[in-house]
Design a protein around this ligand. Structure first.
Ligand code: SF4
Length: 356
């Protein structure tokens, strides 16, 4: 990976396999000891580690090495629900832990840090969202997975970025009008792709919103051989320049399958660990963030994902806390809208005879 303007960004360090943020001050010996302790505790607690692509490379490696999984939020939920372990250790942000608890209420769900949240979740409080729904009783309510269990419980459907376009297209063909929350950029992208009638909540991801169209165009001119991969939480002017628009899993697959030597990637820098592992011969370039004259560039890494670390994971397993709890009535409502998505995904996989 090359990025001449910022040779020691978080993403660079991530790509070199160095831990950062939560575990930055640890020595190599301390890291080794923590990794060993986590392996032992996972076995003792009958726990499996489920990590998101945006978490620290150390956690992703541990999840892979210990029989857990590294995935996007849909696959994390599916893996956790199907795995026989009685405890799920979820490295990610709070809505992911809540989703795991909603889908597997009989399991203990631990997270390294319950304060790890998401700007989309924070920007869509359940009471304000309920009022928004009440104003539009004739619309089918579709929410992104990056929401609280209470918001999911108010929705008809939950979708992840990997399946959002397909679900809304399906509803549009049935003549349904959509009320969408919370990510406005993803909502606009779905509307453009499907032509559906959509009312959008005004939320955004603080990481993806920082990608800049003019600077991206400049980088593309300097690297005409590179393909551009963009997550649809990014602004429309960035999405317009993409060769592939997709979820983290879809972008990861594109790096492996597309016949190109290099890629400009507009999503959280945490994904570079898996991309580099899956396609080691290919060059990965960070999509530019911040303005031309900005003195402080965004690091393109989610501050809440970065709260997950070896220390906090070991402590959570040691103490069996913090544990994610969801009120049973809220969980039942959220499960209904989540299950609709999972059934839709399963039907679609069956119809195409493979991965959805
Ligand atoms: S990267 Fe954005 S969407 Fe993902 S958890 Fe962080 S703030 Fe939320």
């Amino acid at each position: 990976m090359s990025h001449p303007a910022a040779p020691d960004t978080v993403a660079y360090r991530h790509l070199r396999g160095e831990a950062f943020t939560a575990d930055e001050a640890l020595t190599a010996q301390e890291r080794d000891a923590l990794r060993e302790r986590i392996r032992r505790l996972l076995a003792e607690r009958d726990a499996v580690l489920v990590a998101h692509y945006y978490t620290d490379a150390e956690l992703q490696r541990l999840a892979d090495e210990t029989g857990g999984c590294v995935a996007d939020s849909l696959e994390m939920a599916r893996f956790g629900a199907e795995h026989p372990a009685s405890t799920l250790a979820v490295a990610g942000v709070r809505f992911m832990g809540e989703t795991a608890k909603v889908l597997t209420p009989g399991k203990r769900v631990l997270m390294p840090e319950l304060e790890a949240t998401c700007s989309l979740d924070l920007g869509c409080p359940a009471d304000e969202f309920a009022a928004f729904c009440d104003e539009h009783p004739d619309r089918t309510v579709v929410v992104y997975a990056n929401t609280s269990a209470a918001v999911k419980a108010r929705a008809d459907w939950v979708v992840t970025s990997s399946i959002a376009v397909d679900v809304v297209r399906h509803l549009h063909r049935r003549g349904e009008r959509i009320l969408w929350a919370p990510d406005k950029h993803l909502g606009e992208y779905i509307r453009r792709e499907t032509g559906a009638d959509m009312r959008l909540w005004d939320g955004s991801c603080i990481v993806h919103e920082e990608f800049r169209a003019a600077e991206l165009a400049e980088l593309r001119r300097r690297h005409p051989e590179a393909r551009v991969l963009v997550h649809p939480e990014s602004p429309a002017a960035v999405i317009e320049q993409a060769d592939v628009v997709g979820s983290t899993s879809q972008l990861l697959r594109a790096v492996v399958e597309l016949d190109a030597p290099s890629f400009i990637v507009a999503t959280d820098a945490g994904i570079f660990h898996k991309m580099h592992e899956a396609a080691p011969g290919k060059t990965l370039l960070e999509a530019p963030t911040g303005g031309r004259s900005a003195t402080c560039r965004s690091c393109a890494h989610c501050p809440w994902m970065a709260m997950n670390g070896l220390r906090s994971l070991a402590a959570a397993l040691e103490r069996s806390a913090p544990e994610v709890e969801v009120d049973p009535a809220t969980a039942a409502g959220a499960r209904r809208s989540l299950q609709r998505m999972m059934d839709f995904a399963a039907e679609r996989r069956a119809a195409v005879g493979g991965d959805a």
